[in-house]
Design a protein around this ligand. Structure first.
Ligand code: MV4
Length: 504
């Protein structure tokens, strides 16, 4: 096993990986930018090195600097976490050239999955179900028309170098195809430096269900069940859970076997996730593969009892998977809420700043993976994820109740957070009945705009009382703005005010 590894990331995921290192007797090297000197991951690491200015290009995305630190610290391996350099094949290659083990798949597998058209071609060959459409980039508008007619409208134009929703166009009918095709191409060129686009048949209001994979470097691969990630906003996941309420054992096995086939087809190793779109008839279609540890990995850890980061490190060190597919058992239900510094009342605008008060939930079945502390200033330079709150219980219903209880304990002061959004979702009858698809959250938020007060009369009364108490304490327990302050008899302003009211 490695003696020392470098974590090329920040926030909660850097801390999550540091914790695994410490459990395995591995020294953890942190890197940080100028605004992250006092960050939690720096405090928990055994060593920490400054990379550079806040801008990610000059710090967490700077391959040369990261490798220079790895060399200086004597780290044998690098864990990239998620985001930043985690899906950059050039970084994986640079690690290899520098003699440092990249904790993730081979660069060749990352390259295949980075091109959605290459991935679709490989999946077609392997007999993996995909959404009907083109397998190659479209040569011109005529080909686009031809493919769209063959699969039938509505269709989606997608960027080959895209993913995660960027550069997508929904096309309802043939007359819209030309402007959408031109628009998608120029958008893709600007965003990804490639104007390659392809077509898929449009699946209406699908569910987003993904399968967790683990593959060792000896040809063994297992699936660890699925995650339901349909509660999203603007292609950002908001709530994830395991298992999915619509996946039965038979469907789980089918999806898992497909995911393992994807791994073998691409020469995949380490942890990875195969994303599917699923419809109401239990059909599912390969969408893309994420070649990294994911934000939502804890829900899989809770229902499988496995530690995915431990296993990533063991696989990267050349060990064989310590269990077989038959030994993987799912038990209970887990739900994760992504707590962000953003303002649900103001179009989810990021809300960085100082956390002046922080009360976090705990107790039975609650896990909180946080990257912040009271007094920490959330910088505006990065993704504003503060923490992940995860509830685990024997059933979905009990996990929902547990999450609601935990959300009730949670308080974040000084900045805005999306805690109120979670309280609303967890109370929503459709969510509670697991009636969710990728359009669910937008529909809920549209309804919300049409409602006036979100507070019950009791809550409004409580808020008014709290405000009055706060004002009173701020005034030193007195109400000095009341009339006739020449109170020779030391009578309290409150009593006086009350009497004046009674005399009226
Ligand atoms: C689709 C689709 C419907 N039909 N493809 C959005 C993110 C990107 N990874 C793929 N996405 C979609 N692709 C076809 N052929 C609907 C979506 C989609 C979506 C997918 C997953 C999770 C949330 C979503 C929200 C809106 C649209």
């Amino acid at each position: 096993m490695f003696k020392k590894i470098l974590i090329a990331n920040r926030g909660e995921i850097a801390l999550r990986i540091i914790r695994a290192c410490h459990e395995m007797g591995i020294a953890a090297v942190a890197v940080y930018s100028e605004v992250d000197r006092a960050a939690l991951h720096v405090r928990h690491a055994d060593e920490a090195y400054l990379l550079g200015p806040a801008a990610a290009r000059e710090s967490y995305l700077n391959i040369e600097k990261v490798l220079e630190v790895a060399h200086r610290a004597g780290a044998e391996a690098i864990h990239p976490g998620y985001g930043f350099l985690s899906e950059n094949p050039a970084f994986a290659r640079a690690c290899q050239s520098a003699g440092v083990k990249f904790i993730g798949p081979p660069a060749s597998a990352m390259e295949m999955m980075g091109s959605k058209t290459r991935a679709r071609q490989a999946m077609e060959k392997a007999g993996v179900p995909r959404v009907p459409g083109s397998t190659k980039g479209l040569a011109d508008l005529d080909e686009a028309i031809c493919v769209a007619r063959a699969v039938g409208f509505p269709v989606m134009l997608k960027a080959a170098a895209g993913g995660g929703g960027k550069g997508m166009r929904l096309v309802h009918e043939e007359s819209e195809l030309r402007p959408a095709y031109d628009g998608a191409r120029s958008e893709a060129q600007r965003a990804f430096g490639s104007d390659e686009v392809y077509i898929e048949k449009y699946i209406r209001d699908p569910r987003h269900i993904e399968v967790q994979l683990l593959a060792d470097e000896h040809g063994n691969a297992v699936y660890l069940g699925e995650r339901e990630c349909s509660v999203q906003r603007r292609h950002q996941k908001v709530i994830e859970e395991a298992p999915s309420a619509v996946v039965d054992d038979e469907m789980r096995a089918r999806m898992g076997e497909v995911a393992v086939k994807v791994a073998h087809t691409s020469g995949y190793t380490n942890a990875g996730t195969v994303e599917f779109l699923a419809d109401n008839e239990k059909n599912f279609y390969f969408l893309e593969m994420n070649t990294r540890l994911q934000v939502e990995h804890p829900v899989t850890e809770l229902v499988t009892g496995l530690d995915l980061v431990h296993l990533q490190l063991r696989i990267a060190a050349g060990e064989k998977l310590p269990f077989t597919q038959e030994q993987v058992k799912l038990r209970g239900h887990a739900i994760e809420c992504r707590i962000y510094a953003e303002d649900p009342e103001n179009n989810f605008f990021p809300s960085p700043g100082e956390i002046t008060r922080l009360i976090t939930p705990a107790g039975p079945g609650i896990r909180e993976d946080s990257g912040v502390y009271e007094g920490w200033t959330v910088p505006l330079d990065y993704d504003p994820l503060l923490s992940k709150l995860i509830a685990y219980a024997p059933t979905r219903q009990m996990a929902v109740a547990r999450m609601q209880r935990a959300l009730g304990e949670y308080f974040i002061g000084g900045i805005r957070s999306n805690l109120s959004l979670f309280r609303r979702i967890l109370a929503d009858e459709r969510f509670r009945a697991a009636q969710i698809d990728t359009g669910y959250l937008d529909r809920l938020l549209t309804e919300r705009e049409n409602t006036t007060s979100q507070l019950s009369p009791q809550s409004e009364q409580m808020a008014a009382l709290a405000a009055a108490l706060y004002a009173s304490r701020a005034a030193g327990g007195r109400c000095d703005d009341r009339p006739s302050s020449s109170d020779a008899d030391q009578q309290s302003a409150w009593k006086r005010a009350g009497r004046e009211e009674a005399l009226r």
